[in-house]
Design a protein around this ligand. Structure first.
Ligand SMILES: [Zn+2]
Length: 329
């Protein structure tokens, strides 16, 4: 009886022992080929990673390490992606589907930064308050946000910093500013007063410098209010707006630059009327809130030459006291 029990106990363990030996033998001897499993949807950005790395003298080849990039479906995760180690990356599909081309590159690069370049997070800022690195990441301090404008004329700096680590000079654009005082001739193209919504065609959006100047308040709206321009859908518009709670955003669709700027409790906003000024000056847009320069981003030829009101709330309406569109020469 005792012997039978012992045999029953030994047999399963023997099997497991052999199995363990097999695994150790196979992997330990390096006989197994590294697994490369990157769906087409991600391959574009992996190719770009290799090309960009080469520009900075890094020869990247995943044949020795393998690489796996897969979707995960956990929508409750805080991050859009994760490097699990061993060259295995998971991307949250829900998050991914909503990103611009540039932000998709940024996310894949960030995870490859961990997995392939062994980079940890880098959370310092440039002089203008923008993140110094695409490797910014958790923990993000309370009241701050993870938004990077990883696009346009900022892109080259972020790629260079990424591949050369911290040996990157502070870019000139990190101290770029603009003055609210504009010395050139203005011609008023359109003036709208005391409206709850507006949608104005302005054929000058692609032709020269212009200014959209709005005095408004959030009225009874419970959503983002402000202005949108340059496109005809969420994917191709630029939006400048704020909420009654003091959240301020400069956002654009997936076909433009993505989300560019976000501030909670934005100190330039007032509780009553606010003035939003969007000015195109050559290759830049300059954004002012209550006559103070806030942010710049790159000009892009409009998809549609129109300027319209923004109200994301399902309840209530903002009050547009004046909307002035002027061409600048
Ligand atoms: Zn990270």
């Amino acid at each position: 009886m005792f012997y039978e029990i012992i045999m029953l106990m030994i047999h399963p363990f023997r099997f497991i022992f052999v199995l363990i030996m097999f695994i150790v033998f196979v992997t330990g001897c390096g006989e197994e080929e590294p697994v490369y499993d990157v769906p087409l949807e991600f391959q574009t950005y992996v190719d770009r990673f290799i090309i960009e790395a080469a520009k900075y003298g890094q020869d990247i080849d995943f044949s020795d390490t393998g690489l796996s990039i897969q979707f995960r479906d956990a929508v409750d995760q805080e991050s859009g992606g994760v490097c699990l180690g061993n060259h295995q990356i998971e991307i949250e599909k829900f998050f991914w589907d909503d990103l611009s081309e540039f932000d998709k590159e940024g996310l894949i690069f960030h995870e490859l930064g961990h997995c392939e370049l062994s980079r940890p997070h880098r959370n310092d800022k440039l002089p203008n308050g923008e993140w110094a690195s695409r490797m910014r990441g958790s923990p993000i301090p309370d009241g701050d946000n993870a938004v990077i404008n990883y696009a346009g004329s900022r892109l080259e700096y972020y790629r260079q910093e990424f591949f050369t680590n911290t040996n990157t000079a502070i870019p000139a654009w990190a101290s770029r500013s603009a003055s609210i005082n504009y010395a050139f001739d203005r011609v008023e193209v359109d003036l709208i007063e005391n409206q709850e919504t507006f949608d104005e065609a302005y054929l000058g959006l692609s032709q020269g410098d212009f200014e959209i100047d709005i005095v408004m308040n959030s009225g009874t709206s419970e959503g983002f209010v402000g202005v949108q321009f340059m496109g005809s859908s969420n994917d191709d518009r630029i939006r400048v707006g704020y909420t009654r709670e003091g959240l301020f955003a400069i956002d654009s669709g997936n076909l433009v630059w993505g989300l560019m700027f976000l501030r909670e409790d934005f100190n330039l906003l007032q509780s009553g009327d606010n003035r939003l000024t969007i000015r195109r000056e050559g290759e830049f847009y300059n954004i002012f809130v209550n006559d103070v320069f806030v942010y710049w981003f790159d000009y892009l030829t409009p998809f549609r030459e129109a300027v319209s009101s923004l109200n994301t709330g399902t309840l209530g309406t903002p009050e547009y006291k004046s909307v002035s569109i002027q061409s600048l020469n």
